[in-house]
Design a protein around this ligand. Structure first.
Ligand code: CAA
Length: 240
């Protein structure tokens, strides 16, 4: 049996591609999701990957959810913090609710999920944590003060845990996708999206599978010397 990998937000978009890619690499995958039962049922039927429902924004739910996954599949050795949301608005219009929801999922959610997984990784002296940040956490983005702050926070978190995990053979890395052809990017108004694509030197949106390949590499044994790093996969739009 392969290692157990838990992917948050793992039934749709980039997360679904990561779940499938890890399964193809031989991992036993648990795909977490928060809300969309229909998409999760479809994902399970199509991939045979088990989906588990809880919100990463809720610490106690993460503790219970992890226990549930581990009771079913065994200790989680690979954690992919992928779950993320947007609530875009120019700052002068941004509400405290829009700010809090994004921070709760994209930043606190990474704490909530990594914290209960961490002691087992330390005890077993092996772990792989990959967090999906964003190009917009590196460069900022008009309309995304909340999202950019959360994704920049994910990078500080990653660099700190890399130092704390190193002696336990736990690597902690981040991937910063650029604009990828997912529901999240398709929700951006068409005109804005066209303007964004014009800023991408390769001239297209990225594919979710292109992000999944970064993750399968970072969690592999071959990547054991890579920790605290960020892979930017953005078609040349921004060099961090
Ligand atoms: N730079 C400068 N000005 C900009 C701008 C930009 N990038 N984008 C919009 N504006 C300007 C507009 O031209 C407009 O100006 P005027 O009032 O002079 O016409 C003004 O800002 C729009 O202001 P509004 O108050 O009308 O804004 P709005 O309430 O309609 O909201 C928005 C606009 C929500 C920010 C919208 O522009 C938007 O959705 N932008 C895209 C944000 C984005 O890139 N989100 C990424 C989502 S995908 C993702 O997050 C995944 C990932 O990791 C990459």
């Amino acid at each position: 049996m392969g290692r157990v990998a838990l992917v948050t937000g793992g039934t749709r978009g980039i997360g679904a591609e990561i779940s499938v890619a890890l399964k193809e690499e031989g991992y036993v995958v648990a795909a977490n999701y928060a809300g969309n039962d229909e998409a999760a049922a479809k994902f399970m039927a199509e991939t045979g990957i088990k989906a588990f429902k809880w919100s990463v924004a809720d610490y106690d739910a993460c503790v219970d959810g992890l226990k549930h996954v581990e009771d079913h599949l065994g200790p989680v050795e690979v954690l992919v913090n992928n779950a993320g949301i947007t609530r875009d608005a120019p700052f002068h219009k941004m509400t405290p609710q829009q700010w809090n929801e994004v921070i709760a999922t994209n930043l606190t959610g990474v704490f909530n999920m990594t914290h209960p997984v961490w002691p087992g990784m330390r005890e077993r002296k092996f772990g792989r944590v990959v967090t999906i940040s964003s190009i917009n956490g590196q460069k900022g983005q008009f309309g995304q003060a909340n999202y950019a702050a959360s994704k920049a926070g994910d990078l500080g978190f990653t660099r700190t845990l890399a130092q704390e995990g190193a002696r336990y053979n736990i690597t902690v890395n981040a991937v910063c996708p650029g604009y990828i052809a997912t529901d999240m990017v398709m929700a951006v108004p068409e005109k804005v999206r066209e303007a964004i694509i014009a800023q991408i030197p390769v001239g297209r949106l990225g594919e979710a599978a292109e992000i999944a390949r970064c993750v399968t590499f970072l969690v592999s044994d071959d990547a054991g010397f890579i920790t605290g790093s960020t892979i930017s996969a953005n078609g040349g739009q921004y060099f961090a």
